[in-house]
Ligand binder design. Sequence first.
Ligand SMILES: [Zn+2]
Length: 285
Amino acid sequence: MDKIREIPAQILGQTANAKYSVNMNEIVGTHDILFVCLDTLRYDVAFEQQEKNNTPNLNRYGKWEKRHAPGNFTFPSHTAMFAGFLPTPAQPTPKLEMERLFIPRDTTANRPTPKEAFLFEGASFVEGLEKVGYETICVGGVNFFNKRTELGRVLPRLFKRSYWHPSFSCHIKNSFENQLGFIERKLGKYDKDKRIFLYLNIDSIHYPNYFYADGAKEDSIQTHAAALQYIDSHIERLFRLFRERGKTFVIACSDHGSCYGEDGYHFHRLSHEIVYTVPYKHFVL
Ligand SMILES: [Zn+2]
């Protein structure tokens, strides 16, 4: 019988030589982890608002990185992200040097593995964090998290606790504030020594978003930007809630962008550069 050949690491997308900005093994177990998805936020809009200082609160935590999403709409992008495949750098990366914060342990046999990556048990890092003692909490926004349909339960089911309320819906203008009020009440129930992983899907930028700009009658790139400014004006409240609990590692990114007629394309679920280019940053509070 033929000996099973060793597959070259670069074919497997290895990360042996990646230069890490954070050691996840110094984060997991000692920090709460907050994963904030600004659903549908385009990189170009995030960058422009950052440069104009229209998002002063988000700007405080570093510049957006230009990255590529692992999917072109919410469902595939989140399925991949929860499995540890977060958005990847938009610039070419030397072989073996792509940072991966979370890697499934059972895929690492006989492979060089970066010491900074958290190797998790299970099929998603959500499950992996629960196995090491985290309370995993999902607060939904868009319909893929609404728990009202079979499909709307698939992603929330990854978490020990998952929540959605009609007041968190895309068409509710103050949906983010409603989510924040809910999160404040929930977090208040946990001891500060209980580690928490909270995923929050903010859906204000997802259509419809025209009501964030005075007088606008339909969605546009300007109302997309106005929705981002709305989020920025409240996001410090979220960070304050976590800061009061202790140290928190934050991943903030988008899952895909959305077209407003560029090259004839509208919305997302299509692989236009505007859709798969997303903003990303991580930082410690
Ligand atoms: Zn989405």
